[in-house]
Design a binder for this molecule. Structure first.
Ligand SMILES: Cc1cc2nc3c(=O)[nH]c(=O)nc-3n(C[C@H](O)[C@H](O)[C@H](O)COP(=O)(O)O)c2cc1C
Length: 381
């Protein structure tokens, strides 16, 4: 397995390994998006279309990759996005991912619908820059409890996701008969039989549950109830005001593609926004995040924090995002492909690949630090 991971030279290579090592329904759940997956493709084409404009004859022998995000220095402008059900992808799950993040001095965001608890993550990565992604539920007691636990576990930042008023339709998941947690239907049993290592690990490690929610709602909470938590059609700025009042740490609003939304989120007390279309998993036909990024930055001004995700697969994508107004990018699938390909070591390989690409791209552009990237280094034809 170690050799296979070392031979992977790109996130695409890790994706190809993941497709072989993981049951089809699970791989498709990670890889796929909403409806016709127009936005999934759009996210990538926006990055591919960016031209990088080098300026040579200045020394770039040892580029400084670090940057400051929300007042803390991090290893490079990269954050681990929240992804639900991570132990379904590989039994190392959220704890393994958080350890890799901490080893690389990068923030890790645990999802409200994670399969490990806030406390599990803090124990796995005690020195980590651990963040918590919040889906606000109808039950104020649950919301307060999640915030109390995030605070007690040392989370510096809460990220409120707002692009899930209702569930999107993922056609692949419907066709694959995917349920979360995976249930033993003839079709999923057949999928598991083709991936005995994955199936054995699932049977010999703790069952997949919605860990943080189970602790409050009891062990019987199921996917339907979790959907009720994650998808909240009444979510409004009033909820953001409530959250600002009850969370004194850093607060980001995730799922923004509109400059107006971004401005108002900051007016309501957010420290910044995550420009995101959920990786093309919510509103299909939403714009590529890279295309709306400059207007969002303009709307919130230079002091607010702007993070961008959706489609980041290469170190040079970090340069494009920074040049167009982001402080950092987040990755979702890029690390999940690594996780499915080889557990914790696969996640570490994904970060090594992205770091090497980022560093080399900086050098080839004639830049010697993350801080040196500016608008003039990119052109969108
Ligand atoms: C399998 C999977 C599960 C996700 N679960 C969540 C979640 O629980 N909460 C959330 O805010 N975003 C979730 N996201 C969205 C990510 O946080 C992020 O916005 C997205 O993955 C970025 O696009 P990328 O995968 O192209 O990097 C999920 C994404 C994936 C791929």
């Amino acid at each position: 397995m170690a050799r296979r991971l070392t031979n992977a030279l790109s996130i695409g290579d890790l994706r190809a390994i993941a497709a072989r090592t993981t049951p089809r329904a699970v791989f498709d759940y990670v890889d796929g998006g909403a409806d016709a997956e127009v936005t999934v493709r759009r996210n990538r084409s926006a990055f591919d279309a960016v031209e990088l404009l080098p300026q040579y004859l200045s020394p770039v022998a040892d580029p400084v990759l670090t940057t400051t995000l929300l007042g803390r220095e991090i290893g490079m402008p990269l954050v681990f996005a929240p992804t639900g059900y991570t132990r379904m992808m590989h039994h190392h799950g959220e704890a393994g991912v958080a350890r890799v993040a901490a080893d690389n001095r990068l923030p890790y965001t645990l999802s409200t619908v994670g399969t490990s608890t806030i406390e599990d993550v803090a124990a796995a990565a005690p020195g980590g820059n651990n963040w918590f992604q919040l889906y606000l539920t109808k039950d104020e007691r649950i919301n307060t409890d999640l915030l109390d636990r995030a605070r007690a576990a040392g989370c510096s930042t809460v990220m409120l996701t707002v692009d899930t008023p209702v569930a999107a339709r993922h056609l692949k998941d419907i066709r694959n008969g995917l349920t979360i947690p995976p249930s033993l239907t003839p079709r999923t049993l057949a999928g598991m039989a083709r991936h005995p290592a994955w199936a054995l690990n699932k049977l010999t490690t703790p069952p997949i549950t919605f860990a943080s929610l189970t602790a409050m709602a009891g062990p019987s909470i199921d996917a339907v109830q979790v959907a009720d938590v994650a998808f909240e059609p009444t979510l409004s700025y009033r909820h953001l005001d409530w959250l600002r009042k009850h969370w004194d740490g850093d607060l980001l609003v995730k799922g923004i593609v509109s400059p107006e939304n971004a401005r108002r989120a900051v007016d309501h007390g957010a420290d910044g926004v995550v420009v995101s279309n959920h990786g093309g998993r919510q509103l299909d036909r939403a714009p590529a995040t890279l295309h709306v990024l400059p207007q969002v930055r303009e709307a919130v001004g230079p002091d607010a924090t702007v993070v961008l995700d959706s489609g980041v697969r290469h170190g040079a994508d970090i340069i494009a995002a920074r040049a167009l107004g982001a402080d950092a990018v987040m990755i979702g699938r890029a690390y999940l492909y690594g996780l499915m390909a080889g557990g914790e070591r696969g996640v570490a390989r994904a970060i090594d690949i992205l770091r090497e690409e980022y560093s080399r791209s900086l050098q080839l552009l004639g830049l010697n630090s993350s801080g040196a990237i500016s608008r003039g280094h990119v052109r969108i034809p």
